[in-house]
Ligand binder design. Structure first.
Ligand code: UDP
Length: 457
């Protein structure tokens, strides 16, 4: 055991996430996992959305100037933001690496880059520094990204409204409506970004995934055929660490008061509603969600992030007296301690946008999902959750209060709901097996550590 903790001793790893919550969290968790193997960890981050170093006194943090103006940093266009970072951080990173890597007392074993930061591959190549990639999304959605040129050639992309219900024959069980979409100022920018980061993944020394073999075996097998580099599915990251040992990775402060509210609710009764850190909805959609929740008669805990509703500061469009009239059945927070919430016995369902972290966190706790994907990989994740793993139901058609009420009832009180709950508990068990000694994630992590130690710069 002691030996295990020492394997990486004397070796430093440089980790660089994209500056978005869903990327920073898995990077910090991966840092903790590799720190537990003895490696020294440096987190390289942009000035924009920089993580809080005080939660990680055992890491070194270094800011790479991103040159983003206030307006650029406040854009809701994640593709545009990523493109800017890929351009603006290149020289500052190169300069810093060139001056500091050689002067480090400990040898730097490798650079672990977010897949979206494709500029790091040419920089590492120039400095002869091995580069591993962490893809913070799932493997099934990555396979779709890797197929973008083929999907375009076959006419599935760009997505046409008239073909939404057509199956994508090369990627079962997806239909055209499940293909990733992104509202960007430049409609071509998303396609170009994806193609570029897939190429630079192929050029890396290996890709680490926050997933586990049993969950996405078919996508992982296909990726191993198409990519001639090692693939390490070592997730779910947050479950490698002993309960309570994971430091806070949140950019926003979680409101822990909801935990005592949850303590007062019946087992499996609460619908937890959260759409992650970026997704935004219209005022009309917000009101349909509110009334659907109210009419379902189930208790609910709802994360309404400031900025979630287009054109509103917080939840001003909610009719006055709405919460009071529910007699304590609804609880609203700006940001929740999500991992803790999902592991609370009162939580019976998670209404999610199917960001990969949320999807995986729900799977880890055996909580069935109501899937409402918004953009990017979320549609693929939702399709897998509802149709392949069968641990959730997708909200169909238009977002309307009747549909919301019906879907919540299907999951919380019907036979179909019981079956989905059972599937979710079975999948949770598979997570636990994969992390135990001899399990798939345990073994891939072991291999990753050995491979890092044998990388040559
Ligand atoms: N999260 C949280 N509190 C909240 C909402 C979200 O801690 O109230 C965390 C959640 O646990 C997850 C991350 O934020 O780790 C969101 O990542 P995800 O990939 O699900 O979605 P994104 O924000 O990237 O769209």
């Amino acid at each position: 055991m002691e030996e295990e903790k020492q394997r990486g001793k004397g070796h430093r790893l440089l980790l660089m996430p994209s500056p978005l919550q869903g990327h920073i969290t898995p990077f910090l968790h991966l840092g903790d996992i590799l720190f537990s193997k003895g490696f020294s960890i440096t987190i390289l981050h942009t000035i924009f959305n920089s993580p809080n170093p005080s939660s990680y006194p055992h890491f070194t943090f270094h800011a790479i100037p991103d040159g983003l103006s206030e307006t650029e940093a406040s854009t809701l266009d994640a593709v545009l933001l990523t493109d800017l970072i890929n351009i603006r951080c290149k020289h500052p990173l190169k300069e810093w690496l060139a001056s500091s890597v050689l002067s480090h007392q400990e040898p730097v074993s490798c650079f672990i880059s977010d897949a979206a930061l494709h500029f790091t591959q040419p920089v590492c190549d120039e400095l002869k520094l091995p580069r591993l990639v962490l893809r913070t999304g799932g493997a099934s959605s990555f396979l779709v990204f890797a197929s973008f040129p083929l999907l375009r050639e076959k006419g599935y992309l760009p997505v046409q409204e008239s073909r939404l219900d057509e199956p994508v024959v090369d990627l079962p069980p997806l239909k055209v409506k499940d293909l990733p979409k992104f509202q960007s100022q430049d409609p071509e920018a998303f396609y170009k970004l994806v193609c570029r980061f897939v190429e630079e993944c192929k050029a890396s020394s290996g890709v680490i995934w926050n997933t586990f073999e049993e969950l996405e075996s078919s996508a992982l097998t296909k990726l191993r055929q198409d990519f001639s580099i090692p693939i390490y599915p070592i997730g779910p990251f947050h479950k490698h660490l002993l309960t309570g040992s994971a430091s806070s990775t949140s950019l926003l402060t979680p409101d822990k008061s909801c935990m005592s509210w949850l303590d007062q609710q019946d087992r499996n009764s609460v619908v937890y509603v959260s759409f992650g850190s970026i997704a935004a909805i219209s005022e009309a959609e917000f009101l349909e969600i509110a009334w659907g929740l109210a009419n379902s008669k189930q208790p609910f805990l709802w994360v309404i992030r400031p900025g979630l509703i287009h054109g509103s500061e917080w939840f001003e469009p909610l009719p006055s007296g709405f919460l009071e009239n529910l007699g304590g059945r609804g609880y609203i927070v700006k940001w929740a301690p999500q991992e803790q919430v999902l592991s609370h016995p009162a939580v019976g369902a998670f209404w999610t946008h199917n960001g990969w972290n949320s999807t995986l966190e729900s799977i880890c706790e055996g909580v069935p999902m109501i899937c409402m994907p918004c953009f990017a990989d979320q549609k693929v994740n939702a399709k897998y959750a509802s149709s392949v793993w069968r641990v959730g139901v997708q909200l169909q058609n238009k977002l309307d209060r009747g549909e919301v009420e019906k879907t919540i009832k299907t999951l919380m009180v019907g036979d179909e709901g019981n079956e989905i709950r059972e599937n979710a508990l079975n999948l949770k068990e598979k997570v636990n097996v994969s992390l135990k000694q001899g399990g798939s994630s345990y073994c891939f992590l072991d291999r990753l550590v050995s491979d890092i130690l044998s990388l040559k710069s």
